[in-house]
Design a protein around this ligand. Structure first.
Ligand code: GRF
Length: 187
């Protein structure tokens, strides 16, 4: 499969996917990084891995339809099969949703439907739940609402700090995302 990864931030999940491809445990071609935050750390990670990038500033376009049409054309030119979201902090609009029906996947750092949206880890931490986790799901028009593909739970201990919880969740994400995509694409 040919994939494009969309990310807005640090790109630790982007890096985990690239590393899995290099190690031979995820059999995909990463054709493009799409990033809506010029200057985000993920861009350098893509350059180091020789992954082409499309970096854009949403404010430079009149509408979501306009920038998503440009992205869609690039993805079609590259014959991308799946769009993989890895910390892309923006809702996907109708243009991309209809061009890639059931072929857009997201990772979210909670056990959905609990704690959708921004700062899911902080929300869970403040709610003092005993169990947190990670969800991989298909993307629909809602915020973290699409059909669930796989989930993994993590037990917390009473003395875990916010930082401990973040570290535990990210560590699971970096293993779980490549694994889940590999079994979805190549089972
Ligand atoms: C991850 O926690 C992911 O689940 C969420 O955004 C975060 C991205 O982190 N959707 P990174 O940029 O991959 O380090």
């Amino acid at each position: 499969k040919k994939i494009a990864i969309f990310a807005s931030g640090t790109g630790s999940n982007f890096q985990a996917l690239i590393d899995a491809v290099k190690a031979g445990s995820l059999n995909v071609e990463v054709k493009l990084l799409v990033c809506d935050k010029p200057g985000a750390a993920v861009i350098e990670k893509a350059e180091r891995a020789s992954v082409p990038t499309f970096v854009f500033h949403p404010k430079q376009y009149a509408s979501k339809i306009e920038f998503e049409t440009i992205i869609m054309n690039k993805l079609q030119e590259l014959e991308v099969d799946y769009v993989i979201l890895a910390g892309y902090m923006r809702l996907i609009g109708a243009t991309l949703l209809s061009a890639f029906q059931n072929r857009i996947i997201n990772i979210h750092p909670s056990l959905l439907p609990a704690f959708p949206g921004k700062d899911a880890i902080g929300q869970a931490f403040r709610a003092r739940v005993k169990e947190v986790g990670v969800t991989i799901h298909y993307v629909d028009a809602g915020m973290d609402t699409g059909p669930i593909i796989a989930q993994r739970a993590i037990q917390l201990s009473d003395n875990d700090s916010m930082e401990d919880v973040e570290n535990k969740i990210h560590a699971i994400e970096h293993i779980f995302y490549p694994e889940t995509l590999e079994s979805l694409f190549n089972k």
